[in-house]
Design a protein around this ligand. Structure first.
Ligand SMILES: Nc1ncnc2c1ncn2[C@@H]1O[C@H](COP(=O)(O)OP(=O)(O)OP(=O)(O)O)[C@@H](O)[C@H]1O
Length: 233
């Protein structure tokens, strides 16, 4: 499981994360919500080691991992689908997928090339296309496929449905649901709060670098006042 205690992060003088506490139990999905600029992406990037934590602690499966670099975090079983997708535009779909293939922690090998193609039949037809020739939805599928091929224990998805057509968005949520069912923990940031709350076990809301609300997702769906206050919905 992931446990974050009193995490503080700065960009220069700007105090972005202001004492964040958050936990994701093994096998659970957590939706992280909040208006623009509240610190969601910074929290993810701090956990992954892209942005250094000024203070506080990040523990992963009981081990203190604060300050570890991104490649070490990935090796420990945390997969990342970044905002903006992050696939290699000059490599083919096949190359994008194959280059990230590896067994997970303890040799877990559930997710391989064939399983990713079964999950995303759409990209099966595009294996020899370059990353830059794909539609936004296809790029997102390749990006999720790449992360799955590292056989993560926790998958972090930052705005995975942003800018996609409604049918593709549905498809992405279907796959996220499938991923959660296989026991992979997920941390999901998405603007559609209803979709987030109906596809996750737990939810947290950030405001100005702090977690101001944490609950199970079903209960939060019923707290309309809080959702209006913090999300403006
Ligand atoms: N590289 C950076 N350098 C300086 N400030 C940054 C940087 N990235 C983000 N910020 C600032 O940090 C704050 C938190 O941004 P962050 O991207 O984490 O928010 P967010 O909740 O993910 O919002 P969004 O949905 O807009 O991505 C914002 O005020 C933002 O302007």
């Amino acid at each position: 499981m992931l446990r974050i205690d009193s995490l503080n992060t700065y960009y220069g003088d700007s105090h972005v994360l202001q004492g964040v506490d958050l936990s994701i139990p093994a096998g659970k999905s957590l939706g992280l919500m909040g208006r623009n600029g509240m610190g969601k992406t910074t929290l993810i990037r701090s956990v992954l080691g892209y942005v250094p934590a000024a203070s506080g602690k990040i523990a992963w499966n009981g081990r203190d991992v604060t300050g570890l670099p991104p490649e070490k975090m990935a090796r420990l079983g945390i997969g990342y689908v970044p905002e903006g997708r992050g696939i290699f535009p000059n490599l083919s779909v096949r190359e994008n997928l194959i280059m990230s293939a590896r067994a997970g922690v303890n040799g877990r090998n559930d997710w391989n090339f064939e399983r990713v193609l079964e999950t995303f039949p759409r990209i099966k037809e595009r294996l020899d296309h370059g990353g830059q020739q794909l539609s936004g939805g296809e790029q997102q599928m390749v990006s999720i496929g790449r992360a799955l091929m590292t056989n993560p224990e926790l998958l972090i998805l930052d705005e995975a449905t942003e800018g996609l057509a409604p049918l593709i968005v549905q498809e992405i949520w279907r796959v996220i649901e499938q991923i959660c069912k296989t026991g992979i923990s997920t941390l999901i940031v998405d603007r559609n709060y209803r979709a987030v709350l109906s596809h996750t076990d737990l939810a947290a809301v950030m405001e100005k670098g702090r977690i101001v609300l944490a609950d199970n997702s079903k209960s939060l769906l019923e707290k309309q006042d809080a959702l209006t206050q913090y999300l403006g919905v």
